[in-house]
Design a protein around this ligand. Structure first.
Ligand SMILES: Cc1cc2nc3c(=O)[nH]c(=O)nc-3n(C[C@H](O)[C@H](O)[C@H](O)COP(=O)(O)OP(=O)(O)OC[C@H]3O[C@@H](n4cnc5c(N)ncnc54)[C@H](O)[C@@H]3O)c2cc1C
Length: 434
């Protein structure tokens, strides 16, 4: 095992593995270190892995729309080298209800037209044809079950929904990270697991690799923090938080896993369904099940946690999310013991990621993914490599932001959008919707 590399990537999640792949493809000798035993075992493993093109901002939407094409061409992107097989992209599309909370989707549809992303507006009858279990009563505002009005309609009907064909979900997020690892190894990257970064050393005014548990120093002129919910701890080790206007912290989240309503095959006939009226989202899951996540309504207390010390036990929260979906999906069964997953989001102050350099030369970060960046990982890997190439070649990204061309949708975005020094982006939903 070498003790010096061209770049060290901290974290072998979906975004760390993608970054390693792009850096290795660019000719760098890359080491990836992760304290867990395999790639994608961190927050990536709990991801719902939904792919959707709509975000609150034009830049966020453009990146997400572009990402759809990488998943469509996954085999071309990662190759066939993984003997465990390839993660599968189920391109079932997204169905999003129009409601007052999302301004009936009008701002998002304007962005979709601007970036050329297709969509189809569905009236209530067409929504029912696509998903017969749906009722379009409005339950706004989202409530908790202790509220006497929980589960009662406010008397209004929702005007329909919008179908986005360039979306769906990836069946196995951990396998997708492994696919990227194998591709990165094919390009020369080295992965070390069960290996914890404990310090970020400096030499001559720039980063000099990482210190590992046990005292080993691995030297490198470039280090990338892709530590997911631990990102703030790595930034503190590097002492770069002071130079960041946007910071990150870990948020605990529950995803419930319930059977489909009897007589309906959600696994095969379902869709990614986003419903701000009840503040929930769902997607099909194997075994004719439905995964149910939360769109972070104000009535739910946010659980900011220490990523090294939090409970992985599902609580009442998972059941509440299922009960909210039961308002929308007629006949949704709620088992006496709701099963599910507990994982952490790495949330930034405005729920938009930080893909940037830092004030420490050579130290970069792809952090603050805020529960919504799995889909973008393959493009983010390429963006990070382009950013690092430009900065290492002398470009001052803080004053002269690097541009990145999204080749499938033929649009160039400024990576300044993801700057650590930006003001809070008030266009954000300040939720998992980004
Ligand atoms: C419940 C849930 C649902 C989600 N649903 C979606 C979705 O539907 N669609 C979507 O696009 N996104 C979704 N996301 C978000 C998405 O999963 C994340 O943005 C993405 O997985 C983050 O990947 P990552 O590589 O940055 O982080 P991680 O996968 O968390 O990887 C970080 C790695 O860093 C390692 N690490 C940390 N500290 C150290 C250290 N000191 N030394 C060595 N290694 C270290 C960890 O072990 C970990 O493996 C969801 C997230 C969650 C939690």
């Amino acid at each position: 095992m070498a003790t010096s590399y061209d770049a060290v990537v901290i974290g072998a999640g979906i975004i760390g593995a993608a970054t390693a792949l792009s850096l290795a493809r660019g000719g760098r000798r890359v080491l990836v270190v992760d304290k867990l035993p395999a790639s994608g075992y961190g927050s990536t493993s709990g991801s719902c892995a939904i792919v959707r093109p709509f975000y609150s901002t034009l830049e966020g939407s453009a990146l997400a729309y572009e990402s759809h094409f990488y998943w469509m061409e996954w085999e071309d992107f990662v190759g066939k080298g993984d003997e465990r097989g390839l993660a599968r992209y189920v391109n079932c599309g997204n169905l999003v209800v129009r409601c007052s909370r999302n301004k009936y989707l009008n701002p998002i549809l304007a962005v979709m037209r601007e970036i050329g992303c297709p969509y189809r507006e569905l009236n209530p009858e067409e929504v029912k044809q696509r998903l017969p279990i749906v009722t379009l009563e409005s339950f706004d505002p989202p409530r908790r079950p202790e509220d006497a009005a929980f589960g009662t309609s406010n008397g209004e009907m929702l005007p329909g929904a919008v179908f986005f064909p360039t979306g769906g979900y990836v069946t196995d997020p951990q396998l997708a990270a492994h696919n990227l690892q194998v591709a990165a190894e094919g390009a020369g990257a080295v992965f070390r697991f069960n290996t914890t970064v404990t310090a970020i050393p400096r030499r001559a005014g720039r980063v000099d690799g990482v210190m590992l548990e046990g005292g080993e120093h691995v030297s490198a002129p470039v280090v990338v923090n892709v530590a997911g919910p631990h990102s703030f701890k790595i930034n503190q080790m590097a002492d770069v938080e002071r130079g960041m206007k946007i910071k990150t912290k870990a948020l605990r989240h529950e995803v419930a896993h319930v059977p489909s309503p009897p007589g309906f095959d959600y696994e095969h006939d379902g869709i990614h369904f986003s419903d701000q009226d009840t503040a929930t989202y769902c997607r099909p899951e194997v075994g004719n099940h439905i995964l149910i996540g939360s769109e972070d309504p104000e009535c739910d207390k946010k659980e900011w946690v220490d990523p090294d010390n939090f409970s992985r036990e599902l609580t009442e929260q998972g059941r509440i999310q299922a009960m909210r979906v039961a308002q929308r999906f007629t006949g949704l069964p709620i088992p006496s013991r709701v099963r599910g997953v507990v994982e952490l989001y790495d949330v930034s102050d405005d729920w938009i990621p930080v893909y940037d350099k830092s004030d420490l030369p050579g130290f970069y970060m792809a952090v603050g993914t805020s529960g919504n960046q799995f889909k973008n990982a393959p493009v983010v890997g390429e963006m990070m490599a382009a950013l690092i190439d430009a900065c290492e070649a002398g470009q001052d990204h803080d004053t002269d932001p690097v541009g990145f061309h999204l080749r499938h949708i033929d649009r160039t975005v400024s990576l300044g959008f993801y700057s650590r020094r930006r003001e809070i982006d008030t266009r954000s939903s300040f939720s998992v919707l980004g």
